[in-house]
Design a protein around this ligand. Structure first.
Ligand code: ARG
Length: 466
């Protein structure tokens, strides 16, 4: 990156009598990070030039010269032939300067009727829209993998927890579908956010609009925006759309982080519920036996930075008067890092989830511990005419007996159970089994294997339709 300071190189240098301080130049420049917008900056400029020619502000020949020049600049950037200059501040002025170098004076007409304020707002929206589509696809890949796994494990029994204490048996498929539901809401939020991203700010110019007879509907059409924005002051200063995206991302990451926490627990020798393939784990440099679940741990860790970026953007905006302020240049790094982090985490999860191997044996063994069918026994008593509160008390006593004897309810004899209530008969053992327990919860949203399969079918239909 060249770093020379000469007032004449600045597109805005006219009213200045001394060069920018060398440190201030580096301090205020954004080209180090906003160059990633180059593609969308050029796309926006081509649409702007096309519109300017359509309304007669540029001639068709000037438009063609500008478009060809911009395509050459793009080719230069992509071939690594472009030297980004800090003294040209940002991606916008770098590209415009190179365009003028290539095609001469016509290049200087491109900026007619626009400002960097509406230009940068347009670029970020175009860029974010593309990234949203990439993220939506990756999210869908993860959702699909989860559905396949849930279907495979629809009847696999594991303990369900509350307070991380064994509560009731559930099916692993049902547990996985809980994650699916969270991701489905995330996907919905992302599409909702996209609607508000897909609005064209260009034409707002610096803040008040422009004196040229621009056709904003045409520019919006050319760039695939749903419409042009309504208010020029709002257009150049609004960053709600980036905040909304970051809030989607923070929730998604929070979900992935909770998911990660469970995967980490489940791969431990103490739980031993699942196995992750070696390719998603790493070892220890000192303990030869270790296989660490690094991917879930890192995803859980990266949630912190994404949540932080949301707070950065909210704080960035909270004190800004209308309209554009240079503060807004600070929107990019948090947004870009959020996008990169979310894409990385989704990619890792979409690759890893279908490869999760459930250990049905240890899961079932764990479900047997902790008196997980105690509620089933209480429900059994209620169905035989006992009031629920009394049934709760009776089962509590039976559990205390089991704790003292180190035996599960299903491991007691009929005589032992009957000492707690005389309505207990032989059929009690049907409800004390794990399979009986999950199968009995056979309603919409319940954990029964058939309900899990039905939920997978509904979700798959919605995912393919949406
Ligand atoms: N690099 C600036 C940004 O990211 C572009 C807009 C600058 N506009 C201005 N009036 N200085 O926000």
């Amino acid at each position: 990156m060249s770093d020379q300071t000469k007032t004449s190189e600045k597109p805005w240098g006219g009213r200045f009598s001394e060069p920018t301080d060398a440190f201030v130049e580096r301090f205020t420049a954004s080209v180090g990070f906003d160059q990633r917008l180059y593609h969308h900056d050029i796309t926006g400029s081509i649409a702007h030039a096309t519109m300017l020619a359509a309304v007669g502000v540029l001639t068709d020949a000037e438009r063609d010269q500008i478009i060809n020049g911009l395509n050459e600049v793009k080719a230069d950037i992509e071939a690594g032939r472009f030297e980004w200059s800090v003294s040209l501040e940002d991606v916008h002025m770098n590209i415009e300067a190179r365009l003028t170098e290539r095609i001469g004076i016509t290049g200087k007409k491109l900026h007619t009727g626009r400002s960097r304020n509406d230009q940068v707002a347009t670029d970020i929206r175009l860029y974010l829209r593309d990234e949203i589509d990439v993220i939506a696809d990756e999210l869908k890949r993860l959702q699909t993998g989860l559905l396949d796994l849930a279907e495979r494990e629809a009847a696999t029994i594991m303990p369900g927890f509350t307070h991380l204490q064994t509560a009731q048996p559930v099916t692993f498929g049902h547990h996985l579908m809980a994650w699916y539901e969270m991701l489905a809401r995330d996907a919905e939020r992302l599409q909702d956010c996209r609607k508000r991203v897909n609005v064209l700010p260009l034409g707002a110019a610096a803040l008040a609009g422009t004196t040229y007879p621009i056709d904003r509907a045409m520019t919006a059409r050319l760039l695939g925006f749903d419409r042009a924005s309504e208010n020029s002051l709002d257009s150049v200063s609004d960053r709600d759309f980036a905040i909304e995206f970051c809030s989607f991302a923070a929730l998604l990451m929070t979900h992935l982080s909770r998911f990660s926490e469970e995967l980490v627990l489940w791969t431990s020798a103490q739980f031993d519920f699942i196995d992750l393939p070696d390719r998603f784990c790493t070892g220890s440099s000192i303990m030869p036996q270790k296989k660490n679940p690094d991917v879930p741990e890192l995803v859980r860790g990266k949630t912190g930075r994404v949540n932080g970026h949301l707070i950065s953007l909210l704080t960035l905006m909270k004190g800004q008067p209308l309209a554009y302020n240079k503060d807004n240049q600070e929107d990019k790094e948090p947004l870009f890092d959020t996008i990169d982090t979310v894409k990385g985490c989704l990619r890792a999860y979409a690759d890893m989830v279908p490869a999760i191997a459930a250990k049905a044996g240890p899961m079932r063994e764990a479900a047997k511990k902790g008196f997980s069918t105690a509620t089933d026994l209480a429900d059994y008593l209620v169905k035989k005419g006992v009031a629920f509160r009394d049934a709760h008390e009776i089962v509590g006593k039976a559990v205390a007996f089991g704790v003292a004897e180190s035996r599960d309810l299903s491991e007691m004899t009929l005589a032992e159970l009957a000492q707690f209530s005389d309505v207990i008969a032989d059929d009690v053992f049907d409800v004390l089994t794990l399979d009986g327990s999950v199968q009995a919860r056979n309603h919409l949203g319940g954990t029964a294997p058939d309900q899990v399969r039905a939920a997978v079918t509904r979700a798959r239909k919605q995912l393919l339709g949406g």
